[in-house]
Design a protein around this ligand. Structure first.
Ligand code: ADP
Length: 253
């Protein structure tokens, strides 16, 4: 079956704002049915009632309030999607929390909060969809990591960086275990993308980062979402277990 473009069911976590929302919009514009997931109910309501959704995409969108750190919520959400649309083809693990806490100030609660959303959410959401993807013999999982998970902090704490680094190896483990099932799993690792999160970064720090970016500017959300579009396409079936840097050449390897 080739239902690329039209008919595919995509799930995007952390779709309430920023990169996740851009990715979800792109998927809708390219004909997919899209499930927008976030812990922020108000953000989901606003998107649901927006002109963008109401004018064209109401029938092809679904909104679920899920905390990705809660395995029960993930499982019942996945059950609701399968009940509504019968399959899940694409999962973008984008929900995340970032904090800029110094090592000595990170307590166990903050550590657990960050790791259970960024890393636990990626693992348990992926775990919850692979059964249906295996049955379909087709699936695409994209884990949204970060520069911080590859090279250490630019603006984030040790817990954030460790959780983002964990996603890189989860990608490889899932990619290897699922490679012969028609499921690809890849990581995108952005840095310095213009999102609402960027506004929280200390302006002086940000200026210093930008001065080190060879392309001389920050990245745009759509530059990331277009990469997602390619990786989830039919043509990208030979790409799995890979990490895609999107950082304006900030650090090359
Ligand atoms: P980015 O733009 O890099 O994705 P943001 O912080 O702007 O970063 O977006 C992350 C999204 O993830 C937000 O909409 C936020 O509400 C969502 N999110 C954070 N924690 C959770 C969680 N536990 N479960 C689901 N979504 C979450």
């Amino acid at each position: 079956m080739n239902i690329d473009g039209y008919g595919r069911i995509a799930v995007v976590t952390g779709a309430g704002q920023g990169l996740g929302l851009s990715i979800a919009k792109d998927l809708l514009e390219s004909g997919k049915k899209v499930v927008l997931i976030d812990v922020n109910k108000q953000a989901l309501e606003e998107i649901k009632n927006s002109e963008f959704i109401q004018s064209k995409y109401e029938a092809r969108s679904m909104f679920l309030e899920i905390d990705v750190a809660n395995v029960q919520e993930i499982r019942s959400g996945v059950g609701a999607i399968i009940q509504k649309w019968g399959r899940i083809d694409i999962l973008v693990n984008n929900a995340g929390v970032r904090k800029e806490t110094a090592i000595e100030d990170i307590d166990i609660e903050e550590w657990n909060d960050i790791v259970s959303v960024n890393l636990g959410g990626t693992f348990f959401f992926s775990q919850a969809v692979i059964d249906t993807m295996k049955k379909q013999k087709w699936g695409r999982i994209i884990n949204m990591s970060s520069f911080g998970g590859q090279f250490g902090p630019l603006t984030s704490g040790a817990h954030y960086c460790a959780s983002k680094a964990g996603q890189l190896v989860l990608t490889k483990v899932f990619a290897r275990e699922l490679a012969d099932k028609g499921i690809t799993v890849n990581t995108i690792a952005p840095a310095a993308i213009r999102t609402p999160e960027m506004e929280k970064i200390d302006p002086q720090k940000l200026e210093k980062i930008i001065s080190n970016i060879p392309v001389g500017r920050v990245g745009e959300e759509t530059e990331v979402s277009k990469l997602v579009s390619y990786l989830i396409s039919e043509s990208a079936g030979y790409i799995t277990g890979s990490t895609f840097d999107i950082n304006g050449g900030l650090l090359m390897r």
